[in-house]
Ligand binder design. Structure first.
Ligand SMILES: C[S@@+](CC[C@H](N)C(=O)[O-])C[C@H]1O[C@@H](n2cnc3c(N)ncnc32)[C@H](O)[C@@H]1O
Length: 218
């Protein structure tokens, strides 16, 4: 098990409690996402965490592959789905780069509160492009800790930076700005169809982008 998996495994038990303070953003993101889903959609939920989003949207789509590197997160997610009688989600400990995922096999890829924690967000967005069917939809929501923030959040970021420095937090927590996320999808691979910045102490950037049809030779 690598350091990142261990860190997320250790966070899993308390994850839903710690996220309660961001419930407004989570709820807003989930509600807005529902507008872009169809009952025929095959969805990949990348970094599904404890499965709240996957369970909530499950009745609106055909099926969901919900993946996370943390087995502890996946175990909690499976328990939630079982308790809710949800049967169309396949929860699995996996990474988006696993070869088991075929190119052009998903109608929708979700990356909720993920892109600021991965080593290479550009690579992830490119992989998302590969996995989406033509015209498929990429929906992300990402904390923008490099943007406007309250004094309280600024102090929290200082603490996180200290914990990163001494190795207590072993995953990158990037201080992105919305412009950084725009830049990730600014080439001709994606057409951005919706963006919204939601502010609650810090900004979260909601983005919906359609996989475009690349000109031949790209
Ligand atoms: C901040 S949580 C977000 C969870 C959930 N999407 C949400 O919005 O509440 C980040 C999640 O991504 C998972 N994760 C981190 N790196 C990953 C990777 N390379 N592949 C799959 N999952 C990953 C972590 O285990 C964790 O559950």
């Amino acid at each position: 098990m690598n350091k990142s998996e261990k860190f997320w495994d250790q966070s899993a038990g308390n994850y839903d409690n710690t996220e309660e303070k961001f419930e407004f953003i989570h709820r807003w993101s989930r509600e807005n996402t529902k507008k872009y889903l169809k009952e025929t959609d095959v969805v990949l939920d990348y970094g599904c965490g404890t499965g709240t989003t996957a369970c909530e949207i499950s009745s609106l789509v055909k099926s969901i592959r919900a993946i996370d590197i943390s087995t502890a997160m996946i175990d909690i997610a499976k328990g939630k789905a079982a308790a809710g009688g949800v049967v169309n989600i396949d929860f699995e400990q996996a990474d988006i780069f696993d070869e088991q995922f075929a190119e052009a096999s998903f109608d929708v890829v979700l990356a909720f509160n993920m892109l600021h924690t991965v080593p290479d967000a550009e690579k992830v967005v490119y992989r998302t492009f590969e996995l989406l069917k033509p015209g498929g939809t990429f929906i992300s929501v990402t904390p923008c800790l490099g943007g406007k923030k309250s004094v309280f959040v600024t102090l929290q970021i200082w603490l996180v930076r200290l914990l990163l420095k001494v190795g207590v937090i072993p995953v990158p927590i990037r201080q992105l700005k919305s412009a950084d996320l725009d830049a990730l999808v600014s080439d001709d691979r994606f057409d951005v169809i919706d963006t919204e910045e939601i502010f609650k102490g810090a900004s979260s950037y909601f983005m919906v982008a359609k996989k475009g049809v690349l000109p031949s030779g790209s």
